[in-house]
Design a protein around this ligand. Sequence first.
Ligand code: PLP
Length: 338
Amino acid sequence: MIIDLRSDTVTKPTNAMLKAMFNAEVGDDVFAEEPTVIALEQKSAKLFGKEAAVFCPSGTMTNQIAIKVHTNPGDEVLCDSTAHIYNYEGGGIAFNSGVQAKLIQGERGRISAQQVLESMNPTFDWLTKTSLVSIENTANRAGGSFYSLKQMQEVSEVCKKNKLNYHLDGARIFNAIVEAGYSAAEVGKCFDSISICLSKGLGAPVGSLLLGETEFVRKARRVRKVFGGGMRQAGYLAAAGIYALDHNISRLKEDHKRAKQLATTMGGLSYIDNVLPVDTNIIIFNLNDKINPETFVQKLADNNIKAVGFGKQAIRFVTHLDFTDEMLEKTEKVLKGI
Ligand SMILES: *Cc1c(COP(=O)(O)O)cnc(C)c1O
């Protein structure tokens, strides 16, 4: 038994998901005749109350397309300093869009309406044009914290008043939805564009969607093609996505429960300095200086548990569809034995 806590992207399709993929009806999506991709796009758009969606190979691509469509070269995007779009997309904000980022020091990855107001520039010719605000829910680097509906709405109001576009990096939005109790439609109302990932907690092998109104998605399709993301018989992948949306949303609660239990156990271990609050499926913890992170990761590896460092003395564990109760028990036992 291999236990993989490196990320919730490591899940493999179940037999039922594979069957859905095998049976998919397919066509050429570049010719707009891919029935299963179209079905997935319509299904996800409807879920969030948006007019349209475009299916892409990755969440990096959906975020980068959104930034490209919402901005012009020389503009700036406001985001938290821990944001995926800024830290983990290879400098794509600058590379793809010629845009700069102004970083906000949010609270556990969450930026407030007040901070957006204070960070945006007035419209003088000599100032960088602020044109986009991007938030992440749940916030990955910050440890899986989620926004309240009110926080998202308050930022939305500031954006509307000041004619700023508002994007959601919702790679793990369903983790937030099941935990916070708001609906996808309520989330959808706040934003001009939303990126959702099927290949994280939802357990699909590949795929993300970018949602928005018709005109936005029309432009996004053009940019997807320029970025090399126009796929052909992608219905095999879209079928996994449809299966994931139908079956794997509410069960995310189980991942959160296991993460919280694991965090509680870890809080009592002598070599762990502190465990960040666990709100969803991500556990970030710091080892004390008696153990170095490489040794710790190696000890886990010796017990068939995969984990990775997350900077300095920090380690991140992520629970997911392929992390069972049996694995939880074994992980707790191994951790107690270190
Ligand atoms: C995983 C992730 C993405 C997208 O990553 P891809 O690997 O490109 O699909 C975007 N934002 C956040 C917060 C993520 O965790």
